[in-house]
Design a protein around this ligand. Sequence first.
Ligand code: ADP
Ligand code: MG
Length: 377
Amino acid sequence: MIADGARRHFAAAFGGEPTLVASAAGRVNLIGEHVDYSGGEALPIAIQRRTAVAVRLRSGAKVTRINSGGTGGVLTIDHARLARRGKWTDYPSGVLDQLVGAGIEVPGLEVAVASDIPSGSGLSSSAALEVAFGFAVRSVLQVPLDAVLLALECQRAERQFVGVPCGAMDQLTAACGRRGHALHLQFGPIQVRAVPFAEQVLVVDTAVPRGLRTSAYTERVQECAVALAAVRQLAPDMPHLAAAMLEQIDRAEMPDVSRLRARHVIAECQRVRDAAAALSAGERFPGHLALASHQSLRDDYECSSRELDWVVEFAMRTPGIAGARLTGAGWGGCAVVFGDAGALAALEEALPGAYAKAIGHRPRAWLVTADDGARLE
Ligand code: ADP
Ligand code: MG
């Protein structure tokens, strides 16, 4: 178990036992992509891949001594001089910055991290690290926080400190996930509702290096901001882009590219509501909505890739597969596939070899089900 890994790294780095271990989950989004920062809706699940954080208070200087994965030595974060360093410690530093900003006295800490979430693949290892760290530190300081507020605190850490203009989906799922359920999330204002989801899904990581993902993401955020500003010329009180009607998007004066992005946002939110309604009624996940989502992300949001399109097309040729789509930000990263358990197992078997032949390198694939979010171990 990953919590045991954190305890082992802790003993190796600091000696003895941590006071407590907390963990948070990676996630895949079933549907509702690139809508969180536009005030839309999404339907993610927390998965069995997790990040665990072991923590113990230490006397003396107000610094956090921290190790991740048992390698790379012990790094020091000075609470009085929190600054972005361009390293992984920016994520815990950002959370410490939030705690200090909330007026919480943070004494010296010893921290060890262990994770089996592949980082940079779109399963949201960054949010799992923030939420597990925030939950562990708040627990050891006995200043607990409701899971939704903890997630929003971690989102602010990533936005303000790390400098990624992310929405709240990743942190909300890492914190609030529930076994056997998907989370119907609404982002403006925040609402979290669990809906039953007992299916397996197949996650395929295209294993494509990051490239331009971060800059392209920031560009999409800006294109949506332009669309919202244009809609507000017609409707000054529009709270966010996802609240607009298609007809307002069509009527407002904006660059073609912003109109395409906005059309995706509006249509995608409707698909999320339809999928959540189906799950609430005890139905299986509607595969056709996943396919429609992929097409919209490919054509209107322009965030797919040759590899993601290949995975979706290959999956759809397998009998018993109901639907497939890119998940996460896109431009590489992961796809998610829906269907009968037997069909998913057959695809898990057949896809890697065929992908390697067509694309030139091997992908990774995991069968996952919905799991719990943040918890004490
Ligand atoms: P994603 O969240 O999709 O995995 P990001 O680029 O947002 O990708 O976050 C990945 C980064 O988060 C890593 O490069 C690293 O800096 C940090 N990170 C995530 N998990 C860990 C971990 N267990 N230990 C150290 N750093 C981590
Ligand atoms: Mg991330």
